[in-house]
Design a protein around this ligand. Structure first.
Ligand code: DQA
Length: 148
């Protein structure tokens, strides 16, 4: 059975490509999903890639991951800085959790410096643009292999 990884994307990431390209780059979320599908296949991982603009839906997906996923990669977008509910849901997930951001949030506005997700993440990848998604999958493959 291949290991399954959920890769969850938060609000406004559906607009990648046109959204502040000087910060987030020109690739669309569809481009990133295709790249992730290829990278996951190279690692023999089954990938479930999703995006939502709704906090509650993301919480429900994290709860679903408890039964359906071995590892969780999440770019919670703006909810990173606001969501106790996402932190609480992640606390209940037993596998590795990678927090992922396209931008280096520490180089940006002060309100982006605090993350509710980092204290419950195995590790954080930020500042590498879309490439960070591939790095996160590489790291997840290693973590899941080590856990065997
Ligand atoms: C982001 C950083 C967040 O501060 C922001 O709200 C986003 C995207 C990133 O990937 O760089 O929507 O998570």
């Amino acid at each position: 059975m291949p290991r399954t990884v959920f890769l969850l994307n938060g609000p406004n990431l559906n607009l990648l490509g046109t959204r502040e390209p000087e910060i987030y780059g020109h690739e669309t979320l569809g481009d990133i999903e295709t790249m992730c599908a290829n990278r996951a296949a190279e690692h023999g991982l089954a990938l479930d890639f999703r995006q939502s603009n709704h906090e509650g839906e993301i919480v429900t997906w994290i709860q679903e991951a408890r039964l359906a996923a071995d590892g969780l990669i999440i770019n919670p977008a703006a909810y990173t800085h606001t969501s106790v509910a996402i932190q609480d849901a992640l606390r209940m997930f037993e596998g590795p959790v990678i927090e992922l951001h396209l931008s280096n949030t520490h180089k940006r506005e002060a309100f982006r410096h605090h993350s509710f997700v980092s204290p419950v993440a195995t590790g954080v990848i930020m500042g590498f643009g879309p490439r960070g998604y591939a790095l996160a999958l590489d790291a997840m493959a290693t973590l899941l292999m080590e856990a065997d």
